[in-house]
Ligand binder design. Sequence first.
Ligand SMILES: [Zn+2]
Length: 315
Amino acid sequence: MRLTNRCRYALAPLAVMAMLVSVATAVELDTLLPTATPAYPEDLLARLRSAAAVVPGALPAELRYVTVAESRRPRRAVLDGGSDETYVQARTAFQLVFDNATVMIDAGMDEQVHNGFSMGTQEPYWPERNAAVQEALVSASLVVVTHEHGDHVAGVVRSPNRAAIAAHTVLTKAQVETLVLAPQSVEIRLSPEQAADYLVIDYTLVHPIAPGVVLLKAPGHTPGHQMVFVRMDSGHEVLLSGDVTWAMDGITQRTQRPTATSDRIREDRDALGFQIGWLKSIVDDGEVVVIPSHDSVYLAELERRGVIRQGLAGD
Ligand SMILES: [Zn+2]
């Protein structure tokens, strides 16, 4: 029993698909992973800049972030060939502040989902910060997530405010398919009925969602992974690169996660390879600030440079 492409990309039969997959073997679930994605076009940055001007309105004035939890991992688990030195992985959510509106990028997670990442150890978690993320998700005009892993998406799928948040949350078809059919953990599974509450979109490569804000398709870490390009009111440009790499060094040194980690996550390393190559060229060029989701040291540096601010608006 194989799921056809036509079936994969139609949202309506999700209920039927969920039934089919519940009896499918693990091997057959592999057919749900992304097929090879063509490398990025040469003019991608120009296309992002052009798309950033499509939605009319004032550009975002501020980029903010909050760390709701931290995980400690040896660098060798984060970067291929890394040392035994501890790497602090910040679990973050980002917020764009406009004149009269906010857009949230990623959604934090509750403590139960956090505990699932802690592998039996006690790792820092700040419930009051996640509560602030929840308030920000409710009051935002729009919410998007970089990808469908628990530390990025739990706040919009496991929340007492889920229905209210879902009404202004844009998920991609690929994200929804993973959350319904093959979620990272049972805690973040969506039923087909719940999935219908979100604003579900599909797009080919770039897609503008707000003034200055453009989604960039980047399947590899997960099938529904995407990056977010932002042109700020100041004229500065940032690219939230999600989990293409966990550490900034992964981009500057063109280093992926170790193969064992990729295998566990079931990543597409070819896709990650060209995404990292493109990100490195952007970093070398120096015009766009690239921001991975989890690099606590680099986030602190960007804060010192005035690129981002810690804490959400209204805190
Ligand atoms: Zn992550």
